[in-house]
Write a protein that binds this ligand. Sequence first.
Ligand code: ZN
Ligand code: ZN
Length: 145
Amino acid sequence: MSKTIETKGKCLCGKVEIHAKKLQTQIGACHCTSCRTWGGGPFLAIDGGEDVVFTGEEYISIYNSSDWAERGFCKNCGTNLFYHLKKPSKYILTVGLFGEDNAFNFDHQVFIDEKPGYYNFANETKNMTGEECFAAFSACQEKND
Ligand SMILES: [Zn+2]
Ligand SMILES: [Zn+2]
């Protein structure tokens, strides 16, 4: 069963604080073209569920990246904060916001089929293609209905 922790994080300038009440401890990497364009490399993130409270909301800019998701960043320092699935609401939070917590475990990689050849993680993880990820995601949605 997946374990969750309650923790706080912040962006580089500190204007935005993130209070995640039920943060998973498994880190996922997304290699999709959108994430890599957005962040300059693979997006390393943790599922924070819907129970996330932001301080300094006036500093958060939202980019509506698709019909089902949006991406948030700090407009003062540019820190990427989250990928947010709209329905049901779910925040995938950038792991770097939280510093180094030993509870974290790099566990899975998604959109492995969109990963460029110029890097590879040596970690042993579960890897999913974009198609497998969408299939897993719709299975998730069914459970949430
Ligand atoms: Zn900031
Ligand atoms: Zn991605």
